[in-house]
Design a binder for this molecule. Structure first.
Ligand SMILES: Nc1ncnc2c1ncn2[C@@H]1O[C@H](COP(=O)(O)OP(=O)(O)OP(=O)(O)O)[C@@H](O)[C@H]1O
Ligand code: SF4
Ligand SMILES: [Mg+2]
Length: 344
């Protein structure tokens, strides 16, 4: 039975592997995350850490050939990976919404905006003008008559946010929703998204490279590396006093968070591409605090300084090797993986 105290989302020790012919990529490697109602959680990590895979997993939207050797996903207590097709379709329709990185790609190029909104809302009476006004679109009557290629990227993203939020979803997955936008429009879209979410009590998972944005909009942050959440806690705590060496390195390498005149740390090495069980900590080849235990024993979640950390030596700082100046450019944004489709 679901109660108000049942977490909205439980991801418990999930392993997810993409299979293409004989090639296996383990994108999630025992990931765990529990999210309560109305929480705003920023999921951060380098490209390839598994953020998009985690987002798609929550709606069982990964490619058909994906396998799940372990783990479970519960939304309101319902086991997402086991639901029959009609129930998963209903769950997606009634409880979940996705805002992708590419808003224009998310809209049907052959349909006018108004028609798409009607179809998405399944409500012939909905006041579409009011809906677009709510996301600060001026001249909404005109926009409703346009095709997606006739509006700007910023406006398309506002339309997609309106479409996602109009159904008042319990859970919104926003995957780099502002990556393609300039900084002013990005801020506007984020403000809209999080304001509407707060009004509707919607839980938000924001998959992002933007640590500063997460610090502004999310009270909680989950840091992913190698298909696991390696540090999870209150945003302010995690970013100001990271306990996992990877979080510390990520934060120190973030151009937007560097103070004027300081130099940035580079995280040496490259993120792993996993294919099977690895014995030790997958960050060990890049970690300046690694020892023999790290190479042989997989760290398990433990509570340190009020947050969950997967590390044998929490609190260790990365060795500072400043080797690049603070660049005067925006935070880099990674691509979303191609080829995902709803097939289950
Ligand atoms: N459709 C796919 N088929 C095979 N491998 C994939 C597919 N999508 C992602 N991967 C691989 O799974 C791993 C996790 O990728 P994912 O896209 O989830 O990471 P991400 O954190 O979202 O990265 P980014 O920040 O670049 O968006 C990577 O090794 C990636 O190459
Ligand atoms: S477990 Fe060891 S290698 Fe992994 S992050 Fe912690 S100190 Fe570094
Ligand atoms: Mg991604």
């Amino acid at each position: 039975m679901t109660t108000e105290t049942t977490p909205l989302l439980v991801i418990d020790d999930v392993v997810a592997e993409y299979r293409t012919g004989s090639r296996v990529v383990r994108a999630l490697d025992g990931v765990g995350l529990t999210v309560g109602r109305g929480e705003r959680v920023g999921i951060v990590g380098e490209s390839g850490s598994g953020k998009s895979t985690l987002g798609l997993l929550t709606g069982r939207l990964l490619p058909k050939a994906t396998t799940y050797p372990r783990g479970r996903v519960l939304i309101d207590g319902e086991s997402v990976l086991d639901l029959p097709p009609d129930r998963i379709a209903r769950l997606r329709r009634e409880r979940l919404a996705f805002v992708p990185q590419d808003p224009v790609g998310a809209l049907d190029p052959t349909l006018r905006i108004g028609r798409q909104l009607r179809l998405a809302l399944r409500d012939t009476q909905a006041d579409l003008v009011a809906l677009l006004e709510r996301v600060l679109i001026r001249d909404p009557e005109r926009v409703l008559r346009l095709y997606p290629h006739e509006i700007s990227g910023g406006m398309a993203q506002r339309v997609v946010v309106a479409m996602a939020m109009a159904r008042r979803p319990a859970l919104l997955i926003a995957d780099e929703p502002t990556a393609a936008l300039d900084s002013q429009v990005r801020e506007e879209v984020l403000r809209l998204l999080f304001t509407l979410a707060a009004e509707h009590g919607t839980t938000v998972l924001w998959l992002s490279h933007d640590l500063s944005g997460v610090a502004r909009w999310c009270e909680r942050i989950a840091v992913m590396y190698g298909g696991r959440v390696v540090e999870d806690g209150a945003t302010a705590d995690v970013l100001t006093a990271p306990q996992h060496p990877y979080t510390a390195a990520l934060s120190a390498a973030d151009p937007a968070r560097a103070k004027d005149g300081t130099r940035l740390l580079t995280i040496g090495g490259i993120p792993p591409v996993l294919t099977e069980d690895t014995p030790g900590c997958v960050f060990s080849p890049r970690c300046t605090s690694a020892d023999d235990t790290c190479a042989t024993t997989r760290p398990m979640p433990r509570t340190v300084a009020g947050r969950t950390v997967l590390c044998h030596h929490p609190g260790e700082k990365p060795v500072p090797v400043p080797n690049r100046p603070v660049p005067n450019r925006p935070v880099p944004n990674g691509p979303v993986p191609g080829g995902q489709e709803e097939v289950r």
